[in-house]
Design a protein around this ligand. Structure first.
Ligand code: PMP
Length: 290
């Protein structure tokens, strides 16, 4: 990934892709003082860019550091990076970390670095293909108690258990893994939130110990606009058998129906299709209001 063509925005400058390097004694690498974002541009416009920039800054604050750029500066830098690389549709990855001035747990005086990279990650907009659904394993690791981790930060450190769980799932032939929370309730996937449908209504876990995804909130709004009831509640894994449909959602996954979770089977149908179609329409660039 480090030898591509193109430009990466690095501490305020666009630099050639291969030159965007950091020191091995970066605190972010040793102690996970690192936060990031995941966004998508559609038709040259980043979907909900400002919400992502706000979350990026909040993620850092939860890790006790401040990103040295305002939301407006971040939005402009992301737009510039997308344009400079000549993309209309792409994935956008801002990342911020503590630098190499202090090599111990305490690192108050380290420099905060920020980079923004963009790359091609095609959306799968083929509805019929998506409606076949993906298969999910159930992860061994659970989302931690919010008393033991900054659950609402998109912090690199919180992804360690996601990578392990995703690798295990893929090794067994699954696309991803469903993670339970510290109390054994259904939480989310390794990089996406989860929704279930029953009797025409949507059910989704309360986002109090995992990321309340921007896509999750978009789906809730879209469902309400359609008059679909959305119930945020505690969901136990024993209940999975009672649901008719399931889908996951996130910036990367967009809306992706699920056909299997461990021993449980689902048939993607009307509710998943409606959310998939509505989300696909929603992310398209809007004509700027006059
Ligand atoms: N949970 C996790 C663990 C994620 O990595 C993501 C992707 N950022 C999400 C949920 C969904 O978040 P969003 O919709 O804001 O992309």
């Amino acid at each position: 990934f480090d030898q591509r063509e193109g430009y990466i925005w690095f501490d305020g400058q666009l630099v050639p892709w291969a030159d965007a390097k950091l020191h091995v004694l970066s605190h972010g690498l040793h102690y996970a003082s690192c936060v990031f974002e995941g966004e998508r541009a559609y038709g040259g416009q980043i979907f909900k860019s400002t919400e992502h920039s706000e979350r990026f800054r909040r993620s850092a604050e939860l890790l006790d550091f401040a990103i040295p750029y305002s939301v407006e500066e971040l939005d402009a830098a992301k737009a510039l990076t997308v344009a400079k690389n000549g993309f209309r549709n792409c994935y956008v990855r801002p990342v911020a970390w503590r630098g190499s001035e202090m090599m111990a747990v305490a690192a108050q005086n380290s420099t905060i670095h920020v980079a923004i990279a963009v790359w091609d990650w095609p959306s799968m907009f083929d509805v019929e293909q998506k409606m076949k659904g993906i298969r999910l394993d159930i992860a061994e690791y659970r989302r931690p108690d919010p008393k033991t981790a900054p659950s609402h930060s998109k912090a690199a450190g919180l992804y360690m258990i996601c990578t392990i769980s995703k690798h295990k799932a893929e090794k067994k032939g699954y696309a991803d893994a469903l993670m339970l929370d510290w109390q054994g309730r259904v939480a989310e996937c390794t990089g996406a939130n989860v929704f279930f449908a029953k009797g025409g209504a949507l059910h989704t876990p309360i986002a109090d110990c995992f990321l309340d995804g921007i896509t999750r909130r978009t789906v809730i709004d879209l469902a309400k606009r359609r008059g679909i009831e959305v119930i945020e509640r505690r969901i136990m894994p024993e209940e999975l058998a009672s649901f008719d449909e399931c889908f996951i959602c996130g910036t990367g996954a967009e809306v992706t129906p699920v056909s299997e979770i461990g021993p449980h089977r689902f048939t993607p149908a009307a509710v998943s299709r409606a959310m998939l179609e509505d989300y696909t329409a929603e992310v398209q660039p809007k004509a700027k209001a006059a």
